[in-house]
Design a protein around this ligand. Structure first.
Ligand code: F6R
Length: 239
């Protein structure tokens, strides 16, 4: 595991973007695994800058997002599809047909999840997966005690996760109760992992995940068994 520590969120974001940039430069048709949330916003801003100054070209890249709320359509401003377009895709030259975000409106969720994993496999697998971490140690929406060996699936969100995310909705009641998420197995199949956390509120859980016992109660702890992880922490928070 390569561990990077920064005081400033901006510096941490630059490092995160640099790691993704080197992946894209070395393999222009990279498959990027992407995340939403507050943590990666700075990294996405840096990637947009690198695209604008012509250092990066996403024309041949494809992306698979980690997760999506069940019941939110693309137009909903809290859907992860909307978030990704607003914070990244609308500002770079990734082709819409190469963008994959789980479909929160899928009629047959189980079928959708199975096909999402199959599509990732067909594309040759994710080259680098970007992750944030929840205050309960979740990655994607894999809540504590989720099986380590599960693929993309529908997850019931814990109260703590719904409360953490309520800041983006008008009220707690509006926060969806379920999400589609890449499973820990799907995440662990990525060739490289980049996990980022920012702010004092994430310090303990980040430490516990990366250095504590590997247990399903701390889903991110499974990353200790991944052969190629970059971990970036910034003292400064991101929101
Ligand atoms: C987002 C995701 C979540 C977040 C986590 C941290 O796609 O899968 O696991 O990464 O909840 O969220 P922030 O960055 O808002 O603290």
């Amino acid at each position: 595991m390569e561990y990077y520590y920064f005081k400033s969120y901006k510096e941490a974001s630059k490092k995160g973007a640099g790691i993704i940039a080197s992946q894209v430069i070395l393999k222009p048709n990279s498959i990027l695994g992407l995340a939403t949330g507050s943590t990666p916003i700075g990294t996405y801003k840096e990637l947009i800058e690198l695209y604008k100054n012509k250092t990066l070209n996403f024309e041949n890249c494809k992306s698979f997002n980690l997760d999506e709320y069940v019941g939110l359509n693309h137009e909903h401003d809290q859907s992860y599809y909307y978030f990704m377009h607003d914070n990244l895709f609308n500002h770079i030259n990734m082709k819409e047909e190469n963008i994959n975000v789980p479909d929160g409106m899928a009629k047959d969720v189980d079928k959708f999840c199975k096909e999402y994993d199959e599509k990732i496999d067909r594309e040759g697998g994710v080259d680098i997966q970007l992750l944030g971490i929840g205050s309960d140690g979740h990655i994607g929406f894999n809540e504590p005690a989720t099986s380590f060996s599960i693929g993309t699936h529908k997850e019931t969100l814990k109260d703590i996760t719904r409360k953490d995310n309520a800041r983006f909705f008008k009220s707690l009641d509006e926060v969806p109760t379920h999400a589609i998420t890449m499973g820990l197995l799907t995440i662990m199949k990525a060739k490289k992992i980049l996990i980022m956390a920012c702010g004092q509120g994430k310090k303990d859980i980040f430490e516990k995940a990366l250095h504590g016992p590997v247990v399903p109660e701390v889903p991110a702890s499974i990353l200790q068994f991944h052969p190629h992880v970059y971990a970036i922490f910034s003292e400064e928070g991101c929101n």
